[in-house]
Design a protein around this ligand. Sequence first.
Ligand SMILES: [Zn+2]
Length: 193
Amino acid sequence: MRTNLEKYNYYLNIIESKEHDFINIEIPNPPKILYKVSKDGTIIECIVEKLQYFRNNNYFDYNKKVYKDLVKKVKDYSETEHKLERNNIRFNIVEDRGTYKVSSSISLEMLDDYFLTKKCAEVVSEEYIKIVNEENEKLNNDYVRCERCRKLILESDALNVKMINFKMYGSKGCMMKFCSSECASHEQMSLEG
Ligand SMILES: [Zn+2]
């Protein structure tokens, strides 16, 4: 080990292999694919690229060159006992959205929003589609959506309130339907910024 970069890599490797061992014990068989269902019922496939340990504020990134003080920082960290926490394990996933891909890092807590099998995702997707269809059916028959909270209400029960924002609606304002006067006033307040 002569250069700073070699030293850096040596110590970082010690840190990472400890973290790697910890992850392997905590999550011995991570799923390769997770499924997410959006509110309209679309099933999104998420490829689990790798599991990584989130080291809180201890970043060892460098820009172009490794300086001595960074080597020291990594060395000190590698020689200190750190209690590894299960909560700091992250799943690095890539969502396939058809024409583009989205990368993200999710915690174990966030895993609750994902499904392990396509079958489970499909069950939930069907439920969501049913809800969307029921809502559309209602919207075609006497119901409207509150402009603020998005709740469905009978059109006859809706409050018609004029929203005022000169920039957006000019001097005439804009009539909107709300479920309650609270929603109307919240909407007006948000328009006033
Ligand atoms: Zn409302």
